[in-house]
Design a protein around this ligand. Structure first.
Ligand SMILES: Nc1nc2c(c(=O)[nH]1)N(C=O)[C@@H](CNc1ccc(C(=O)N[C@@H](CCC(=O)O)C(=O)O)cc1)CN2
Ligand SMILES: Nc1ncnc2c1ncn2[C@@H]1O[C@H](COP(=O)(O)OP(=O)(O)OP(=O)(O)O)[C@@H](O)[C@H]1O
Length: 175
C-alpha cells in the first residue's frame, strides 16, 4: 500500500518532479495518455485542459489532439494571485474570466499524483483548488498521470477538491 498521508506535501512534490525528469518511457506513455484523453474529449462542446510542461503527462501534442476532437478547448492563464483565468487554445488570447471553466463538459487537470479517493497533489499554488470549485456539477474532472503517480493515500486538507477520474497509460479509472 502506497500511503503518503503523513508526508510533507513539499517533499512529495520534489520527489514526484524528480521522478518525472528521470523517466525514460515518456514518448510512449504520452501517446497512450493522449489517445485516452482524446476519446473522452471527442464530441464535447467545451473542454478545459492545460498546455503540458516538458515533463508533464500528455506532452506537447496534447492540446492539438484535444482541440481537433472538441468544439472549444480552454487553457488556463495564471493570474497574479495564482487563480486561473481561461482563454481559447490557439485563439485570440482574450481572457474569458475565472468562471469560464463552469462551461466545460470535461476538465483535464494537471497533477503530480492522485489517490484512490480522488485527492490530487498539485504544484502548491492552490490554483486548481479554486478552479475545480467552479466546475459544473455535470462535468467530468480527470487528472492525467504517469504510471506510479496514482497512489493509495495522499495528504489531504479541508480545501482539497477531488477529481472524478484518472488517466494513466494503462487506462481510465473512475474514482
Ligand atoms: N501545464 C500546466 N499548466 C498550468 C499548471 C500546471 O500545473 N501545468 N498550473 C497548475 O497550477 C497553473 C500554473 N501554475 C504553476 C505553478 C508552479 C509552476 C512551477 O513551479 N514551475 C517551475 C517549472 C515547471 C516545469 O517545467 O516543470 C518553475 O518555474 O521553476 C508552474 C506553474 C496553470 N497552468
Ligand atoms: N479556495 C481557495 N482559495 C484561496 N486559496 C486557496 C484555496 N484552496 C487552497 N488555497 C491555498 O493554496 C495553497 C496551496 O494549496 P495545496 O497545497 O492544496 O495546492 P495544490 O492543490 O497542490 O496546488 P494546485 O491547486 O495549484 O494544483 C494553500 O496555501 C491553500 O491555503
Amino acid at each position: 500500500m502506497s500511503d503518503f498521508s503523513q508526508q510533507p506535501k513539499q517533499r512529495l512534490r520534489a520527489e514526484l518532479l524528480a521522478a518525472r525528469r528521470a523517466r525514460a518511457d515518456r514518448a510512449k506513455a504520452d501517446a497512450a495518455i493522449v489517445e485516452l484523453l482524446a476519446t473522452l474529449a471527442a464530441g464535447k462542446r467545451t473542454v478545459g485542459a492545460y498546455v503540458p510542461f516538458s515533463t508533464e503527462p500528455g506532452g506537447a501534442v496534447m492540446p492539438d489532439a484535444l482541440a481537433a476532437v472538441c468544439d472549444r478547448l480552454l487553457v488556463p492563464v495564471v493570474r497574479p494571485d495564482l487563480d486561473l483565468d481561461w482563454e481559447i487554445y490557439d485563439g485570440d488570447g482574450i481572457p474569458l474570466g475565472v468562471r469560464a471553466i463552469a462551461e466545460a463538459d470535461l476538465v483535464i487537470v494537471p497533477a503530480l499524483a492522485v489517490d484512490r479517493s480522488g485527492i490530487r497533489l498539485g504544484r502548491g499554488g492552490g490554483s486548481y483548488d479554486r478552479a475545480l470549485a467552479r466546475v459544473g456539477a455535470g462535468a467530468l474532472t480527470v487528472a492525467a498521470l504517469y504510471s506510479g503517480e496514482f497512489v493509495d493515500v495522499l495528504p489531504a486538507e479541508a480545501h482539497d477538491l477531488r477529481v472524478d477520474a484518472v488517466v494513466t497509460p494503462e487506462g481510465v479509472t473512475r474514482l
